[in-house]
Design a protein around this ligand. Structure first.
Ligand code: VG1
Ligand code: CO
Length: 545
């Protein structure tokens, strides 16, 4: 007989979820009852889950296993009927979304700090997903936070750990725990969306070479099963495919800076035809061709323009959504397709309602996130398979495809400059000062650029009418160029300032510049308007993507 115990606790002041759940350093999570408080706050904010199904999994980082054991005991003590948990505690973020939907679960808990480094001094994170498979909307995350501020007790079981490493079902108190293959449901869904036979033909022909970098994070087992076992990609094409608790000491953020090894291969003399990487929890993707990098904003536009070439999207798209700082490349595709384009705040949670209402099929963010209505999270391997399917149909190189796209639609030069780990007060003052003066900018000229509008982005959800304010400061110029400033909501030390820069170029003769050169004027204006150097004390960004 396993006993339910009720333990007393006291609130922690810092449990407000950010862009994507609660993210803190591991030692913060290891404080007494810190995780327990947050998990009980989640359960206390939900209604009607007694006897229902919960999905639990994480990206395998340090503290994943301990956290899952705590969550399982608390789920049982709070009355869930059944839990599906990935073998070894592993489930990628898009796989959790897939499993929730397929098994009609009540919701799910994902353990991840995504692209942030891991290890005993690294980052950890937890977030709750609702029954549609997507991140909880702000109404729920705010309720969880409010609850965490008054919590005084939590429920758990008085028992030890259960085996997470062998498949099968076991009892935990009155709850059943089923350890599932983390890849199976997800792989089956991918086979429905993309033409695996055609991709296999491309790969078997022998003339096509690729690399996929799992960055020692959760996508390793997914890449082995899908790319290697089902599509015939050679094992030597998969880099860092074994998940590690500290991601091999790396920073599992698939971009030009942190996926350096892959980027070097893709820019070398005998570069493969196609390169891709994913992040810690498997929801991000980076796409590269031979000596060519596709910005995430362009990737969304190319996928939208070519979606009809894949089995899953042959019937066309209902609409496209992109986060506000994402470039307007997809807007031009939507315009030509005669479909709606929605501009949402940063974070995947804002796409959920649009997807559920059938208003959009594809979604994307500039931060290496792309996805569709197949799940309710962004999906790294999905984007890789989408590109492979396009390459197999079009039989052209990545470079040829992007050049043709720019010729046809124009090129949106784009870059994001991050100032990571800067002083939080300075960053706050920078944003306050922009907010105060932002309103006076319209009509002002900076060199050749005239400001058309400037505002603090607010979003009214067209489905439920909810309002989200202060989502980033935008400066729009009369030629369609934009500069956007926001503070990160996923960092765990100091503040991170993100500056997003975009300029449109219709003339094919002028589309071959390096993005930093093409954006040089805007980079200067951004510093002048926001006094970045003054407020951050930094001469240059720490990461440019
Ligand atoms: C960042 C990105 C955002 C993304 C979020 C979660 O947020 O900018 O686009 O949705 O990370 O991504 P922020 O607030 O730091 O800018 V991840 O892959 O959790 O999973
Ligand atoms: Co991620």
């Amino acid at each position: 007989m396993v006993n339910v115990v009720v333990r007393e606790t006291r609130p922690y002041p810092d449990q407000r979820p950010g862009t994507s759940g609660l993210r803190k350093k591991v030692p913060v999570f290891q404080q007494e009852n810190y995780l327990e408080n947050f998990v009980q706050s989640i359960f206390d904010s939900l209604e009607g889950y007694q006897g229902k199904l919960l999905v639990v999994g994480g990206d395998g980082r340090y503290y994943n296993r301990e956290a899952i054991q705590i969550i399982l005991r608390m789920a049982a003590a709070n009355g869930f009927g059944r839990v599906l948990v990935g073998r070894g505690g592993l489930l990628s973020t898009p796989a959790v979304s897939c499993v929730i939907r397929k098994h009609a679960a009540f919701g799910g808990i994902i353990l991840s700090a995504s692209h942030n480094p891991a290890g005993p001094e690294g980052d950890f994170g937890i977030k709750y997903n609702i029954g549609n498979g997507g991140p909880a909307p702000e109404k729920i995350t705010e309720a969880i936070y409010a609850r965490s501020q008054v919590i005084d007790r939590y429920r758990t079981l008085d028992c030890g750990d259960i085996d997470l490493d062998s498949p099968g079902e076991r009892a935990l108190g009155d709850m059943r725990v089923e350890v599932i293959d983390p890849v199976a449901d997800y792989a089956e869904l991918m086979e429905q969306l993309f033409d695996f036979d055609l991709i296999r033909t491309l790969i078997d022909a022998g003339a096509f070479e690729m690399r996929f970098d799992a960055m020692h994070a959760v996508t390793g087992p997914y890449a082995v099963e899908i790319l290697e076992n089902r599509l015939g990609v050679s094992p030597s094409s998969l880099m860092h495919a074994r998940p590690k608790e500290d991601f091999g000491g790396g920073h599992p953020d698939p971009n030009l800076v942190y996926a350096r090894e892959l980027v070097d291969i893709m820019y070398s003399a005998n570069a493969p035809d196609f390169g891709a990487a994913s992040d810690g929890d498997g929801d991000r993707n980076m796409i590269l061709g031979r000596r060519c990098f596709i910005t995430p904003s362009d990737s969304l536009a190319v996928l939208a323009a070519n979606a009809h070439l894949t089995p899953g999207y042959r019937r066309g798209l209902a609409g496209i959504a992109r986060s506000m700082p994402t470039s307007q490349a997809a807007d031009r595709v939507a315009d030509r397709l005669g479909i709606e384009l929605y501009e949402t705040p940063t974070g995947w949670k804002f796409f959920g309602n649009l997807l559920d209402a059938g208003k959009v099929t594809l979604c994307g963010e500039e931060s290496f996130g792309t996805g569709s209505d197949h799940v309710r999270e962004k999906d790294g391997l999905w984007a890789v398979l989408f590109w492979l399917n396009l390459l197999a149909v079009r039989k052209e190189s990545v470079q040829t495809i992007i050049n043709a796209h720019w010729r046809s639609y124009g090129r949106n030069y784009y870059s994001r400059h991050d100032y990571e780990g800067v002083d939080a007060d300075g960053a706050g003052q920078l944003m306050d000062s922009l907010r105060r003066h932002g309103g006076d900018l319209a009509g002002r000229r900076f060199g050749d650029h005239e400001v058309a509008f400037s505002d603090d982005f607010a979003y009214r959800d067209p489905v439920d009418g909810s309002l989200s304010e202060h989502q980033g400061l935008r400066i729009g110029f009369t030629d369609g160029s934009r500069i956007v400033f926001r503070l990160s909501g996923t960092g765990t030390s100091g503040a991170t300032l993100r500056v997003y820069l975009e300029r449109y170029e219709a003339d094919p003769q002028k589309q071959g510049l390096d993005a930093q050169d093409a954006l040089a004027d805007l980079i200067r204006i951004a510093d002048e308007v926001a006094r970045i150097r003054h407020y951050t004390g930094r001469e240059a960004p720490s990461v440019i993507t």
